[in-house]
Design a protein around this ligand. Structure first.
Ligand code: OOG
Ligand code: MG
Length: 245
């Protein structure tokens, strides 16, 4: 079985697989090709692209996962979580607070990105590495679509002049499990948008109006238990909640 099929099956069945790099070399560009091919399989099943997610844009995440390069993954409509999430068939889900941007114009070059942003929201991302023990090297996690599993969004707000220092906090069953500030995201989450536009230009992908960009977590991710209630709050941005089954 090749890496594309193995990753796709792992997500569908909830059975972890060994790291790809345990059995051979994988370059970063080959890893992005695997990522694209896994997404193609999802599209063949009727999913459509609705955005991108940035990964390792904060020290907290780089340190947690032992990886120190900014990467990205692709988001499909099937990953958008409304208010409930079944953890079956996830392998070892984690959750992290995110800042999300909404595009209302296409981004044809990195210079377009500031003017293309129509809104900002507090959000969360559910991660689920398809690799055993949530352990990987940089090319592995790129191939695995940056561990993307799902995400949820709070209400959209017009982009305030300065979003470089918004407080973010995450509660599970009423207990604060993570707290940070948007400054942790490359010093200013707007920088994460610029990085997304650069990666898009390199990949030949045009970021579309209506797409969401997850700028990256400001804190380490936390294991997500079943039958729990999570609430993520962003200063001035309200909150978003999810209940797990
Ligand atoms: C990779 C995904 C990183 C973020 O926000 O930094 C990420 C992982 O931690 O498994 O989504
Ligand atoms: Mg994330």
């Amino acid at each position: 079985m090749n890496a594309v099929e193995a990753l796709d099956n792992a997500a569908l069945t909830g059975k972890a697989i060994p790291r790809i790099t345990d059995s051979g070399e994988l370059s970063v560009s080959d890893a992005y090709e695997v990522q694209r091919a896994v997404i193609e399989r999802r599209k063949d099943r009727g999913e459509r692209l609705i955005g991108v997610k940035m990964g390792f844009t904060s020290r907290a995440k780089m340190v947690q996962m032992g990886v120190d390069d900014v990467i990205w993954g692709l988001l499909t409509d099937a990953m958008l979580i409304e208010s409930e999430l079944s953890l079956d068939p996830l392998i070892h889900p984690r959750i992290e607070p995110e800042i999300a941007f909404l595009l209302d114009r296409p981004v044809r070059s990195p210079a377009d990105v500031g003017a293309a942003v129509g809104g900002v929201a507090v959000g969360y991302e559910v991660l689920d590495s398809r690799f055993a023990d949530f352990s990987f090297s940089l090319p592995d996690v790129i191939a695995d679509n940056a561990s993307a599993s799902g995400f949820g969004l709070g209400p959209w707000h017009p982009v305030p002049r300065n979003i470089a220092n918004l407080g973010l906090s995450m509660e599970i069953d009423g207990r604060i499990v993570a707290a940070g500030t948007s400054a942790a995201i490359l010093g200013d989450p707007m920088r994460s948008l610029n990085a997304a536009a650069r990666l898009a230009a390199e990949a030949g992908i045009e970021l579309q109006p209506g797409w969401v960009i997850l700028a990256g977590a400001a804190t380490a991710a936390i294991p997500l238990p079943a039958k729990s209630h999570v609430r993520v709050t962003g200063a001035g941005l309200g909150h978003v909640e999810v209940t797990t089954r």
